[in-house]
Design a protein around this ligand. Structure first.
Ligand SMILES: Cc1cc2nc3c(=O)[nH]c(=O)nc-3n(C[C@H](O)[C@H](O)[C@H](O)COP(=O)(O)OP(=O)(O)OC[C@H]3O[C@@H](n4cnc5c(N)ncnc54)[C@H](O)[C@@H]3O)c2cc1C
Length: 402
């Protein structure tokens, strides 16, 4: 793998940087730098701006509205977007179900759903996990039965991120209850959230936020043409989707931005008359996480270019799990260091400090308010997308043959 950017890549970076600096809205820049949440309106407006420039789905094939960029260009694009404070599009449409429809969908599904993902007309959510079927996803019990040329859906999903905003949900449901193995007889369905029989109930998490939900299906009627791929092919499709989800959790650009913010905090904080950034033990911790982040970036690039003749293999198919583990650990370390940097000012816990428009009175400096909810909220990243323990099991099997 070459580690030097080409002239063409340098010019491309400059083009993306200029556009991002001119177009990332100020409120989004502030929110992403401090790790605060964005309102749906801000997120959608930003996605529409990306779409207007043709950059909503760089990784999609050109015929469906993608850019045709190679993995290095996509990396540069994501890096510059993050550096400018531009949040990535919500992943459930563009990075999860979109590539599934491209790969497994019918022509009619492509025509109907892909343009609406690009234009942000449809907000998607992910209906995989259930009570009792998280790590053991194949144990899912939501079922879809054929009736009069439709599917009738019954069951419950949980931890459904941003379902309160969603127009559509992609669901794994059991269509062959008598299949020999639990992984068999699962199908992948696209469901309109406005269908009668769907109930969304909020779950408020430890950071005081409403991001996740329970979703109940009670005799929900789903058109037959909303089955993706073959009946019973859901497990294969889910594995394809989860690979993309895990790779996306690496979030190198976001961690670089958080690292810069951490340094800003450490320059502002003092310990016994010394700036925290100059305090040797804290400095060593920041250097260690920065080094790991650089290594992750190179690893992600190496994996992305595997197969292009410019890389050295994607770790025998275990690449997404490696990126997920390292990326999530780095994100959590950065939130831990931010807590450490602000010290007692992180307490008392200031709930909802990540919400757009939060106007509470901060205890201590303003940069301290988001530290505790951010730290608490970010415990989730080693759980969702398949917990890090499960990713280590995958590595043990794929790489160590255990
Ligand atoms: C904030 C958040 C958002 C989420 N968003 C979504 C979403 O939008 N859509 C969706 O479908 N799901 C979502 N999830 C669900 C997520 O995928 C599951 O929480 C995750 O897969 C773990 O499942 P579980 O919670 O049932 O825990 P369990 O499977 O019960 O696991 C509990 C603990 O046991 C460990 N464990 C379990 N089995 C093993 C094993 N074989 N070996 C070693 N350790 C093991 C796990 O690592 C974990 O630490 C979200 C979760 C969170 C926290």
């Amino acid at each position: 793998m070459r580690l030097r950017w080409t002239e063409e890549q340098i010019a491309f970076r400059a083009e993306v940087r200029a556009w991002m600096h001119a177009n990332v809205p100020l409120d989004m820049r502030r929110a992403t730098v401090e790790g605060r949440r964005l309102s749906k309106a801000t997120q959608v407006a930003w996605q529409k701006a990306l779409h207007g420039r043709g950059w909503m789905a760089p990784h999609w094939p050109v015929e469906h509205g993608g850019t045709g960029w190679d993995p290095v260009r996509i990396h540069i694009f994501e890096d510059e977007m993050a550096a400018a404070g531009g949040g990535p599009p919500v992943p459930f449409g563009v990075s999860m179900v979109g590539p599934v429809i491209v790969r497994f969908g019918t022509e009619a599904q492509k025509t109907r759903f892909l343009p609406r993902i690009l234009s942000s007309e449809d907000w998607w959510c992910q209906g995989f996990s259930e009570p009792g079927a998280g790590s053991d996803l194949a144990g899912l019990r939501t079922r879809a039965e054929p009736a009069d040329g439709r599917w009738v859906l019954n069951g419950q999903k949980t931890w459904t991120t941003l379902a309160q905003h969603a127009d559509m949900i992609f669901v794994l449901a059991r269509t062959e209850p008598d299949a020999a193995k639990p992984q068999q007889g699962i199908s992948f369905l696209l469901v309109d959230m406005r269908t009668p029989g769907i109930t969304v109930r909020p779950i408020v998490t430890i950071d005081g936020e409403h991001e996740v939900n329970e979703v109940f299906f009670d005799d929900v009627s789903v058109p037959a043409e909303n089955l993706v791929g073959e009946r019973g092919q859901g497990w294969t499709i889910a594995k394809f989707l989860l690979g993309n989800e895990r790779t996306g959790i690496a979030r190198v650009g976001q961690s670089k931005r958080w690292l810069e913010h951490l340094k800003t905090i450490a320059r502002a904080e003092e310990v016994d008359g010394t700036k925290l950034i100059d305090e040797p033990r804290f400095r060593a911790k920041v250097a260690a996480v920065e080094t790991d982040l650089m290594a992750l970036e190179i690893t992600a690039l190496r994996m992305a270019t595997a197969g292009s003749g410019d890389g050295d293999g994607a770790a025998g198919g275990a690449g997404p799990s490696i990126l997920k583990i390292r990326g999530s650990e780095i994100q959590q370390r950065l939130t831990e260091l931010a807590m450490e940097a602000v010290g007692p000012a992180a307490l008392p816990f200031q709930p909802n400090a990540l919400e757009p428009g939060w106007n509470g009175e901060p205890f201590g400096p303003a940069h301290a308010a988001p530290a505790a909810p951010h730290y608490l909220g970010w415990r989730k990243v080693s759980i969702y997308g398949g917990s890090n323990e499960i990713q280590r099991n995958i590595l043990a099997r794929a790489l160590l043959g255990l």
